[in-house]
Ligand binder design. Structure first.
Ligand SMILES: [Zn+2]
Length: 283
């Protein structure tokens, strides 16, 4: 033990010194190379060995899923001759960092890529419905239900900016803080030193943009849920009427009902990756 002793990485077994490792919540060590396969916004002291393992598996899957969904939506738009950008992109200079913020409203996801994250293997896919103050979730299904109002509060401005000042009252640094419902992350933080108040403006602009996009996503989900429910009610009515007609004519009621069920399933079968939004409204 001690400052210069080497420890083995719990994932790849490599012996690494203090500068090239982090300690996990469950006390094992993770080397920088393995750490770079996890989420850049995750804190290793919040992350158990199992959670780190899951993250390493999820990162490439999420990235592939997003690419595939963007390609699918672009094809759909091209077919319908809609000239609409699927993925919005905004660039910000936050002090010494350059940040690329992208979002896809239809999927309810965003990404925040900082210039100092280039050693990470993946730009993580982040979910708008996870933007809320972290609370421990033991995996029971009532959790999301109990927090429905918090998640669906379109007026909540969860992304905020905090400023640090020197004793003379001059601003020295700014930090963007986004609360996030994920045990390993809990808060997405991007901070940088700034030279003056002007340099803080980009932090506020980015926070505003994220709050605005979150609101758009929530309103879109509401619309989608309500549209689906209207379609289901109509389908139910159509199926009942068709079954009655079939019974009167002595035809197969079973086939009619089966058809109605298939329609119901097709309505429910959203292509949107199921985040908390999806779980909230799953009947
Ligand atoms: Zn390792």
């Amino acid at each position: 033990m001690g400052l210069f002793s080497k420890e083995a990485c719990t994932f790849c077994g490599k012996e690494v010194g203090m500068m090239h490792r982090s300690k996990l919540k469950t006390k094992e060590y993770i080397c920088s190379d393995c750490r770079n396969k996890t989420n850049p916004y995750a804190r290793m002291d919040y992350t158990s060995r199992d959670a780190a393992q899951r993250m390493m598996e999820a990162m490439p899957q999420d990235a592939a899923w997003l690419d595939q969904e963007i390609a699918r939506l672009e094809d759909e738009n091209a077919e319908k001759k809609i000239r609409f950008v699927v993925q919005d992109r905004h660039d910000y200079d936050l002090g010494s960092k350059h940040v690329v913020y992208t979002c896809v409203h239809t999927l309810g996801v965003f990404q925040l890529y900082c210039s100092d994250q280039s050693h990470y293997a993946y730009n993580p896919v982040l979910f708008f419905d996870h933007i809320l103050p972290y609370r421990f979730d033991d995996g029971n299904t009532f959790f999301a239900d109990a927090r429905r109002m918090e998640i669906m509060d379109a007026n909540a401005k969860y992304a905020t900016v905090s400023e640090s000042k020197d004793p003379d009252g001059k601003i020295t640094s700014c930090e963007l803080i986004i609360p996030y419902q994920d045990e390993c992350i809990q808060q997405i933080r991007i901070s940088s030193s700034v030279r003056n108040e002007d340099e803080c403006k980009a932090f506020y602009a980015l926070a505003d943009q994220i709050n605005k996009d979150r609101r758009i996503c929530i309103e879109q989900y509401w619309d989608d849920i309500q549209r689906k429910e209207r379609m289901q009610v109509r389908n139910l009515g159509d199926t009942a009427a068709a079954a009655l007609k079939a019974a009167v004519k002595g035809e197969s009621v079973e086939a009619t009902v089966k058809e109605g069920l298939e329609t119901a399933n097709a309505i429910e079968e959203g292509k949107v990756k199921q985040g908390l939004f999806g779980k909230l409204f799953k009947k």
